[in-house]
Design a protein around this ligand. Structure first.
Ligand SMILES: C[S@@+](CC[C@H](N)C(=O)[O-])C[C@H]1O[C@@H](n2cnc3c(N)ncnc32)[C@H](O)[C@@H]1O
Length: 223
């Protein structure tokens, strides 16, 4: 699904979120580098915005590895300035090509919805992320969420149902992926349920912060 969108992926995100997606990513990147972290894994890296921001913020002391299963998305990432500082890996999130306990931190930015087609799928991905984290390593996720206030949730669902497919179609000429995006936003877990799934997958201390009236949540859990 992401292959044909790769070239316009970032531009479409900017328009769909009125530019807010950048500040959401910045917030989670700041949380990751704000600790004794020497190696970090970015799963579902897409065009590499988070991986490259981590490499910039972490400097020489931080080794950044970024995984995605879409060649086209990785090709956009690899062509960016500073891409040499990141190790790019083509692989599925459910079968990461790394030994156990390799990373101090892992991050999933706006890819968890794609990894949660079923609850079992979500748990399998979370267990795989836990496997490659060192003991006490931390998982960070930033993802759309279900706002606790009914009125805000209602607006989000209308936006996801009508605005996302329409704007996606206008900007990319493709309606299918943006209908799917809208559906997945409406169907995704609320912050409490996602935190419980992290605990079920073996993490401890799963916490979350809501951003922008709860439209998005950052979760942090410890292996
Ligand atoms: C919505 S994009 C998010 C990209 C990026 N993290 C960001 O912040 O914009 C989701 C990405 O996850 C990747 N992805 C989806 N399912 C995957 C899987 N099972 N294994 C690896 N990558 C996956 C897609 O190819 C896509 O690049």
């Amino acid at each position: 699904m992401f292959q044909p969108l790769a070239g316009r992926y970032e531009w479409t995100n900017r328009v769909l979120t009125f530019g807010l997606d950048r500040s959401w990513r910045r917030r989670v990147v700041a949380r990751v580098v704000d600790g004794p972290v020497r190696s970090v894994l970015d799963v579902g890296t897409g065009t590499g915005e988070v991986a490259l921001a981590l490499a910039r913020r972490g400097g020489d002391g931080l080794q950044v590895t970024a995984v995605d299963f879409s060649e086209a998305m990785l090709a956009v990432a690899r062509a960016k300035p500073g891409a040499d500082c990141v190790r790019w890996v083509l692989a599925p999130a459910t079968n990461l090509p790394f030994d156990d306990a390799q990373f101090d931190a892992a991050i999933v930015a706006f890819a968890l919805r794609n990894l949660s087609v079923t609850r079992e799928h979500l748990l399998a991905c979370l267990r795989e992320l836990r496997r490659v984290l060192r003991p006490c390593g931390r998982l960070f996720t930033v993802e759309t969420s279900q706002p606790p206030r009914k009125a805000v949730r209602g607006i989000l669902h209308l936006y996801a149902r009508w605005w996302v497919p329409m704007v996606g179609w206008i900007l990319t000429g493709q309606s299918g992926p943006y209908r799917y995006l809208g559906t997945s936003i409406r169907a995704f877990y609320d912050a409490e349920t996602l935190a419980r799934a992290m605990l079920e997958a073996g993490f401890s201390n799963a916490r979350f912060d809501r951003l922008t009236w709860g439209l998005v949540a950052i979760h942090v859990a410890t292996r």
